[in-house]
Write a protein that binds this ligand. Structure first.
Ligand SMILES: Cc1cc2nc3c(=O)[nH]c(=O)nc-3n(C[C@H](O)[C@H](O)[C@H](O)COP(=O)(O)OP(=O)(O)OC[C@H]3O[C@@H](n4cnc5c(N)ncnc54)[C@H](O)[C@@H]3O)c2cc1C
Length: 447
């Protein structure tokens, strides 16, 4: 069965919720899709122990009351072509045609390999947050948090709120850099207030700059962490280690749709114009997918993209000054939390980079690019589909993971990101029209 809507919004995080609300305000038929059972995305992820506190709850309740908005939860978009997507919901495939599309697909954590990073008990910093909110027990556990960026503080606060003993937060950026970042926050009073409040909640937790993880040791799970700090090397006994080195925009669907990406940094983001339009007509993007900017930026961009997708360009334009301000804050992050070479050098030749297919750094180092490495080692061909190891190799060796080196045109790029975006049932794929429906119809060979 093929369904249709005027505006399809993929992702129900802060950006997607704002986009759906803005588009629906103009009376068009909106469908909001997310692979999670509940709306909220990463930052407003539902917390099973404190459900009443979710900031997404009220926003979502208002949206559900709108007669022209349909919510599809636990529905994963596995493939997209201009004008149509393929969803998998409760094991069933659905095809959805759209007039306009807003990609609010967010970001994932950047995990960099080091000896012992695949031990049970080692997770991402945001990963630990997500696990705790989903009910995984961390009360009383000794947790060490490391990596880089403001997410470390948020993860530590969540771990403490769930009863963990947070032993320390180890940030790789040098202390002088952190001081410079803090000194610039006065221009964004809300961010400053948020940072002060977080630090106050974590007053008893040491926060050390210029420190990174060398290795994790253990047997059936992590037992000890080896840290490099300005005061020298340390070993700390832990029950849990959470390490995240920032975020990577989720661009797979955008790539599949042929949208141009911005490759200014190691991790590409979706290129958008001042109204959040991508390079493909009728497709807009908002939030972390267009570059890491945080929750406030995601909300503003979501609203802009929603208005624009519904054809209300004046309403979108009115939000441009707010967006500029939010993006100016976002620009501080890569400058002040740039990764030091020592973090990249933590992986040894024997360290696994692709943990789905068990491929070590030594096995990858004989190849000159991602495509050659993938063909010879199956790196990136496991269940994460290169989301973890591809991003790590982009940092470690400058390999571009989403596109083949031969893919220089939008069409070739789209082809290099073949469906499915996530592991999918064969029965669902059988319902997929690929190559894109439009070109198949043109050639008159649709079956
Ligand atoms: C693990 C993690 C934890 C974080 N924790 C915090 C925090 O505590 N505080 C903070 O300020 N910031 C946090 N962030 C940063 C956060 O990304 C942003 O602040 C904010 O959530 C961005 O909003 P967004 O709407 O752009 O993306 P997101 O909130 O990431 O929302 C994107 C949504 O798209 C959905 N989606 C993606 N692809 C598909 C698909 N193919 N089919 C269906 N649905 C799809 C996802 O399920 C998700 O719900 C975290 C980020 C990560 C990765």
């Amino acid at each position: 069965m093929i369904e249709s809507c005027d505006v399809l919004v993929i992702g129900a995080g802060p950006a997607g919720l704002a986009a759906a609300r803005a588009a629906a305000a103009h009376g068009v038929e909106v469908v909001l899709v997310d692979m999670q059972a509940r709306a909220g995305g990463q930052v407003w992820r539902h917390d099973v122990r404190k459900p009443e506190r979710s900031p997404a709850r009220q926003r979502f309740a208002q949206l559900r009351a709108l007669p022209n908005l349909r919510w599809l939860g636990q529905a994963q978009v596995v493939a997209a072509s201009p004008g149509e997507v393929l969803l998998e919901e409760a094991g069933l495939a659905r095809r959805m045609r759209f007039g306009a599309l807003v990609l609010a697909t967010g970001a994932r954590e950047l995990l960099l390999p080091f000896p012992g990073w695949t031990l049970p008990g080692v997770t991402g910093a945001g990963g630990l947050q997500a696990l705790a909110k989903q009910g995984w027990p961390i009360a009383g556990k000794r947790v060490l948090i490391a990596g880089s960026g403001p997410l470390l503080l948020a993860a530590a606060a969540t771990a403490r709120a769930h009863g963990a003993e947070v032993l320390g937060i180890y940030e790789q950026a040098p202390p002088a850099q952190l001081a410079r970042f803090a000194a610039r926050l006065w221009r964004w009073p809300a961010k400053l207030a948020q940072a002060v409040a977080l630090r106050a909640r974590l007053a008893a937790v040491p926060y050390r700059g210029g420190s990174w993880i060398r290795a994790a040791h253990g047997d059936e799970c992590v037992r000890e962490v080896e840290l490099e700090t300005p005061a020298g090397r340390r070993r700390v006994a832990v029950d849990q280690l959470a390490v995240g080195y920032g975020l990577v925009p989720n661009t797979e669907l955008a790539t599949q749709l042929g949208c141009a990406l911005d490759h200014a940094t190691a991790h590409a983001c979706v290129r958008v114009d001042a109204n959040l339009a991508t390079s493909v007509a009728g497709i807009f993007a908002a939030g972390e997918a267009c570059g890491i900017g945080g929750v406030d930026c995601a909300r503003i961009e979501g609203a802009m993209a929603g208005h624009a997708a519904a054809g209300a360009l004046d309403a979108a334009r009115a939000l441009r000054p707010q967006r500029r301000r939010a993006r100016a804050f976002a620009e501080l992050l890569p400058r002040h939390f740039a990764l030091c070479q020592a973090v990249r050098d933590a992986a040894t030749p024997r360290t696994l980079v692709c943990r789905c297919e068990d491929v070590s750094l030594a096995q990858l180092d004989v190849h000159r690019d991602w495509r050659a490495a993938k063909l010879a080692t199956r790196c990136g061909m496991g269940s994460c589909q290169g989301r973890i190891c591809g991003a790590a190799l982009a940092e470690l060796r400058g390999f571009v993971a989403t596109a083949s080196p031969l893919a220089s045109t939008p069409a070739a790029l789209a082809h290099s990101a073949r469906p499915p975006v996530f592991p999918t049932r064969l029965a669902s794929l059988a319902g997929l029209s690929y190559p894109p429906a439009a070109s198949v119809q043109e050639s008159g060979s649709q079956t």
